[in-house]
Design a protein around this ligand. Structure first.
Ligand code: AMP
Length: 415
């Protein structure tokens, strides 16, 4: 099978790593990729938002499967010309990807499907926003309606700050605050059959103790020893299947990866958000635990054959990933710094490996930083404590001027 992966972050590196280990994959390509992906796949300089360019590349390569990693190409409709050309694609169409592209659309689908989520108002003016904030009270949750790479949400007790964020967005969703721990649950779906993966938890805030601004994600772990048994089945029945059924009913079937961001509140499980693709950094830990070869599963989803698959097989081991971010991330990340210690960070037995996010190779062949999140140091272990220890031992080997990382990824869960 010849596979082309679209994207160039640590999620795509994790996807490429798993695909490269699948004996069914004879050729692996990635566009645009990054310095780390180039070690496991042939990389191609293509504009990932340009459906025609991507389709042309897939044609030239005679790709049997295209896997679209990030949300932006999906929302831009990159899957459509590929499907029109008869190439199997893992990833939803633009209308189905609105589940992530528009918070208001997601709320509408959830209401129609009876999926539990935070009560909310969609507001188009400062007056409406102020009224909605006062209806719910503090802490305030204000979300930019459009795509914002995980950074469009402000949760604050400060009414002035909440109003300021609302004013900065064209359309906002203001919703009730959900208490309780968060869980990310991914499911692979072909538009009808839904196959949940294992739950993971990510750390959205920049600083230890969940302080600082929201980011794209600073680390993740799986499994979740504290999660109630039966959580996956419950979410499949109350969230994932009804959402997939509703989108099919609307004539915009969702095929690809449905990501449910959940809050386990005192009043039950609630959806915080949907994403239309693998989450980053949770993918790094979920795929680290997947035993079933990945390519066949993604192809079956792309071809509407998921019901024929054997149940997915998982490793008992735990996995932890720690994001190494550039100085100034998320507000103003600095780039172009040389990264050293990449080889030393990895373990020869494969229990620790470095997934690249924002990296590139400079003209002297050195790996340099090229984005806010630079690396995702990933480790497996017999339990979370061991995986965590290994991941942080890897992080300690990395030398990148001004870099930052959280020191408390999976800390509480490992205790
Ligand atoms: P989102 O982009 O919707 O995932 O939001 C980013 C982060 O903001 C989430 O992971 C939560 O930590 C937080 N958040 C979003 N919505 C809520 C809510 N209704 N109540 C509490 N926290 C929220």
């Amino acid at each position: 099978m010849k596979v082309l992966v679209i994207g160039g972050g640590a999620r795509e590196h994790a996807l490429c790593r798993s695909l490269s280990q699948d004996p069914a994959v004879s050729e692996l390509h990635c566009a645009p990729g990054n310095a780390g992906i180039a070690a496991v796949a042939t990389v191609h300089p293509v504009d990932q938002l340009d459906g025609d360019q991507v389709t042309e590349l897939a044609r030239q390569l005679a790709a049997d499967l295209v896997v679209v990693g990030p949300e932006a190409p999906l929302v831009a409709g990159v899957a459509e010309p590929l499907r029109a050309a008869g190439i199997p694609v893992f990833g939803p169409s633009a209308p189905a990807a609105q589940l992530e592209g528009s918070k208001a659309f997601a709320k509408d689908v959830m209401a129609a499907a009876g999926v539990p989520t935070a009560r909310s108002y969609v507001c188009a003016s400062p007056e409406e926003a102020a009224a909605a904030l006062d209806a719910f009270g503090a802490p305030y949750v204000v979300k930019d309606d459009g795509l914002a790479a995980g950074k469009g949400v402000v949760v604050t007790a400060d009414r002035t700050a909440a109003l300021a964020h609302a004013a900065a967005c064209e359309s906002v969703v203001i919703e009730e605050y959900l208490d309780g721990p968060e869980v990310s649950l991914f499911a692979i779906t072909d538009g009808t059959t839904v196959l949940p993966l294992v739950p993971a938890q990510d750390f959205k805030r920049a600083l230890d103790g969940d302080h600082g601004p929201n980011t794209g994600g600073m680390g993740a772990y799986s499994p979740l020893p504290w999660a109630p048994p039966g959580l996956v089945d419950e979410v499949l029945t109350t969230v994932l299947q009804p959402t997939v059924d509703e989108l099919r009913r609307r004539g915009t079937p969702f095929s690809g990866l449905l990501y449910a961001g959940l809050a386990l509140t005192s009043r039950g499980t609630r959806v915080i958000e949907f994403n239309a693709r693998f989450g980053d950094p949770e993918t790094q830990v979920v795929l680290a635990r997947l035993r079933t070869p990945l390519a066949g599963v993604l192809l079956a989803a792309a071809q509407g054959r998921l019901a024929e698959l054997e149940p997915l097989r998982w490793r008992e081991e735990a996995a932890v990933t720690v994001v190494v971010a550039a100085e100034g991330y998320p507000a103003a990340p600095r780039s172009g710094d040389v990264i050293e210690g990449l080889a030393e960070a990895e373990a020869a037995d494969g229990t620790v490996y470095v997934l690249h996010a924002g990296t590139r190779t400079d003209q002297d062949g050195r790996v340099v930083s090229a984005g806010g999140r630079v690396l995702s140091v990933t480790a497996t272990g017999a339990d979370l404590a061991q995986a965590r220890e290994r991941a942080y031992a890897g992080v300690a080997e990395i030398r990148l001027a001004g870099s930052q990382h959280r020191t408390d990824i999976a800390l509480k869960a490992a205790e």
